[in-house]
Write a protein that binds this ligand. Structure first.
Ligand code: KPL
Length: 314
């Protein structure tokens, strides 16, 4: 972790709690200043139950390995001033529900999920709370149990989803910025989430179906057969959904630029499939299918990819 500090901009004790100790949660915990960050445990932790901290090896971007110890939030401690939610998209609503009881109604909650759909579900469920979404291009993975690597340096945009979140935006961006990672305020976060959705919709399912690293999809006949129609569908749904469209050729270029940049990476969906875990397909191509149906846009290629993943995964 970085040097001890305090998130002065946040109200209350200035502490940040992270719900979801996967790669993304461990990445942020590894960079946030010591003493300002805790993980929310799956089960209540008291001083008597033991295991009060999560310890893992963390490799900063192109940096050395270090051992990081992040305390769990004890049931007896004061609630945090900011909640970061880094759970899988499908677990998010339930995870927040189970941890909301102690949280003050004006504590900002920042959602870091892949894809779209679960952010809207959370904002609709708790419209009075300050709910924000983050879209990040930071890359993290866990090559071995107990080891987290910051594999790709990116940027993070944070923006409000509910009305009351607007007044919290600056303090949240400042607090996340104490990590040393690049964080921007973004009023049009829906557009940023769509920009990321495009990339995930064009890479993740193909890599999971073909069981290959990101870069290998580009020369594969299955990808080459379907990518233009996929981009065409994405362009049309995006236009109807947020009133802003990208031409399908631009969508394809963006997908392929990221696939080349992350050529040796295993996508999150391929990794989920390999580990026998539920994938985020419902929030990626499945989200585009749902919006397409609601908005009257034909989406057979997104539907085909969604069906393939559902047949392959639990
Ligand atoms: O975000 C990703 C993911 O794996 O979910 C990409 C951009 C495809 C990088 O692997």
């Amino acid at each position: 972790m970085a040097t001890p500090g305090n998130n002065q901009g946040l109200s209350g004790n200035g502490r940040i709690a992270i719900l979801g100790a996967g790669s993304m949660g461990q990445l942020w915990a590894g960079y946030l200043p010591t003493g300002t960050v805790t993980f929310i445990p799956r089960r209540k932790v008291t001083p008597e139950t033991g295991k009060p901290a999560l310890t893992y090896t963390f490799r900063r971007f192109e940096g050395p390995e270090e051992v990081v110890t992040v305390p769990y939030l004890l049931a007896t401690e004061a609630p945090p001033s900011l909640l970061m939610v880094t759970t899988k998209a499908g677990d998010t609503l339930g995870a927040i529900e189970s941890n909301l009881h102690d949280l003050s109604p004006d504590t900002p909650i920042v959602l870091f999920q892949n894809g779209l759909g679960c952010q809207q579900a959370v904002a609709e469920r708790w419209p009075q709370r300050p709910i924000l979404a983050a879209s990040t291009t930071e890359g993290a993975n866990r090559p071995a149990p107990g080891c987290t690597v910051h594999a790709g340096k990116g940027e993070t945009w944070v923006g409000p989803l509910t009305k009351s979140a607007t007044t919290h935006l600056t303090q949240v961006v400042t607090a996340l910025g104490t990590s040393g990672l690049t964080v921007h305020a973004e009023q049009d976060i829906q557009r940023r989430l769509w920009d990321k959705l495009i990339i995930n919709a064009g890479i993740n399912a193909f890599t999971a179906i073909l069981d290959c690293p990101n870069g290998d999809i580009l020369a594969d006949p299955f990808y080459r057969e379907h990518i233009d129609e996929l981009c065409d569908e994405i362009s049309k749904v995006m236009k109807e959904d947020i009133g802003k469209a990208l031409p399908s050729i631009t969508i394809r270029e963006r997908i392929e630029t990221v696939a080349r940049k992350t050529a040796r990476n295993t996508s999150s969906m391929r990794s989920d499939r390999r580990r026998g875990r539920p994938t985020e397909i419902d929030f990626i191509n499945g989200y585009i299918v749902g919006r397409g149906h609601a908005l009257g846009v034909d989406v057979p290629t997104n539907q085909m990819l969604t069906n393939c993943i559902k047949q392959l995964s639990p």
